[in-house]
Design a protein around this ligand. Sequence first.
Ligand code: ATP
Ligand code: MG
Length: 429
Amino acid sequence: MSKSLQAIRGMNDILPEQTPLWRYFEGTVARLLDNYGYKQIRMPIVEFTELFKRSIGEVTDIVEKEMYTFEDRNGDSLTLRPEGTAACVRAVLEHGLTGAGQPQKLWYIGPMFRHERPQKGRYRQFHQIGLEVFNIDGPDIDAELIVLTWRLWGLLGIRDAVKLELNSLGTSESRGRYKVALVGYLSAHLDKLDEDSQRRLKTNPLRVLDTKNADTQAVLVNAPKMADYLDDESRIHFEGLKARLDAAGIPFVINTKLVRGLDYYSKTVFEWVTDKLGAQGTVCAGGRYDGLVEQMGGKPTTGVGFAMGIERLILLLETLEQVPEEISRQVDVYLCAFGEAAELAALALSEKVRDQLPNLRLQVNAGAGSFKSQFKKADKSGALYALILGDDELAQQVIGFKPLRGQGEQQNIAFDALAAHLATCVVQG
Ligand code: ATP
Ligand code: MG
């Protein structure tokens, strides 16, 4: 195939054999979020570039080197969204959803775009489900966000494979004091830091904590800790969160190096990590961003949220073999008809059955074919039952009903009795 007819590197098709698992995952999350009282919001995939620069921060991996930015025909600089929070805050402000201190519990789902090096669990188009809560500032809501993800891991059967890491970044004032201490310490060890960290020391010193470089990590062992610089308000908030996680029985570890890649976090930050996916181990990450809405031109409005990477969670379900068997079976009944007259009768009959059983997954053979070929298709479809209609059956106004997975004998059912019969043997979702 010529190069122009290939998908862009790092941007994947999700093929029919994969979509049942995606839909199972997305459906499970959507139901859970409904049950916790979150409302879905849908934002555009493209926004003004300025939005991301202002919210995510100029000195972050995303804004420095990962954005898909282009000029449109009006000469405006636009960017494919690299994450959801910025657009969600923009939408909330634009439509006054948080006016007068009104609380909002929102969620979104969709593709995100980052120009990174594609590898397992890291793509250029990937998908997130994200939650954002506005105007609720206590640790109770931070806890709820974590509690509901814990419940999700339980529903998906992956609890044992994920670990919760927590940290508090304090308020911007206490973080400012910590930054001074950190920069002071690291400057005294400048020659032992890797090049990236030397640069970050000047532009975004907290990010040095995030380094993968072993020499820099060695220097960090004795570096000042944010925990020792926390203001009282943040400390009380953090204690409140930990107490709630204890009450809910959710294990966690404190990771003082957890700072997250984005500039806008304050107080709580957390990540759910797994050791089952190699280097791309963070499946869900988030935190509190009390200053962001104001920074983006709104009234002071607290916020807290997270985003989970769908591809990584799908990979985890597959790796742990937690894919429920029934999700890949998408056909209950497969109808085979032989000859023009039988096909016409089959069409009328199948539509009548659909009227009576709207949830029945009934596939009618298309493209004619011999008995052998239609039967093969019926079997391959995964259907539990085949219906068989030829001239003989048509003459008697009956249809052959044949269990395909060894549940009982073949029998003839009168046209009029078909829907009632199917209702007794197919569990309808
Ligand atoms: P990482 O450290 O792995 O680059 P991040 O801190 O950049 O992650 P966030 O911006 O917090 O990630 O996004 C939340 C989640 O979205 C991540 O925890 C991950 O599960 C997922 N994610 C982020 N970038 C990608 C990507 N390029 N491909 C697939 N999933 C991703
Ligand atoms: Mg990243």
